[in-house]
Design a protein around this ligand. Sequence first.
Ligand code: IPM
Ligand code: MG
Length: 365
Amino acid sequence: MSQTLFLLPGDGIGTEIMAEVEKLIAFLNAEGLTDFETDAGLVGGSAYDAHGAAISDADMEKALAADAVIFGAVGGPKWDGVPYDVRPEAGLLRLRKDLALFANLRPAICYPALADASSLKREIVEGLDLLVVRELTGGVYFGEPKEITDLGNGQKRAVDTQVYESYEIDRICRVAFDLAGTRGKKVHSADKKNVMKSGVLWDEIAHQVAKDYPGIAFEHILADNAAMQLVRNPKQFDVIVTDNLFGDVLSDAAAMLTGSLGMLPSASLGAPDPETGKRKALYEPVHGSAPDIAGQGKANPIAMIASFAMALRYSFEMVELADRVEKAIADVLEDGLRTPDIMQDGAKAVGTTEMGDAIIAKLKG
Ligand code: IPM
Ligand code: MG
């Protein structure tokens, strides 16, 4: 039976990098390696232009019904003035919330060929392989109240609400510990328990969960210290579990260790269905829509293609094929192919489509 992928390229470079994934899907289907059926929809500014919403209800239905959603990027200056509720990012946040994608996996791997492309010294990043596990459906992103009120005296007051219930912390910590068991067997839990009640509860629950995983080393770390340690000595980390906002910030920092934000994929997963065991899932690059380079064929498609590889791994149990796609990425980098964001002296400059083609060519070889 074929499996369904719902493609949401979004805005800016989203459409260009998604085209490379579509080529890859067509290739894998033609080779008989996969049997994917794809459908595409609109999200972000492109959905706003078409429907006046950041994602239409019809596309939400398709996202809910698909075996996996593959997402590009949203946003751009064109939509800076649109009402807050329908701003491009609202489409992504609705997908995360309505699909209940609470677990966001953001692996930062430094490909050997790119160790010199990082803004940090080679010895700091070479061999880096860490995973940020970010809580994705709670915290300050969704807490109520969330508003700006006019105080009537020429002043305004803005409120965002950071809120976590223990079950939300428990389930994301379990994801982190389970994954640590398949990798370096170490979890750091990052919060601000020194100033936030939500941090106190986060740490309490994280310690409780840790007791169920005696084979995994566990350490608490303050989120600000985690940011500092990420640029000081990132290889001390295996899995970092943290809340929605700290996870957003720390994963951008982790991404840059790998050479470029254009390299980092992510998977957003729901809880397994009690009957079928299947999880709802969305796969997206960590980078944004890069409006400054959109339409120029310069965007790095690697984070997008690596996100698709994560879909093979986590939604379709095609672990071997996921390994092959990731190896193909490593191989083209080894060959010296570089999009502008990771360009180095002596390397071969390529654009988006050439990079995508080269990755597919490696899979043929
Ligand atoms: C990310 C992005 C999003 C976030 C934006 C686009 C809403 O920065 O996925 O990291 O803040 O979660
Ligand atoms: Mg972010």
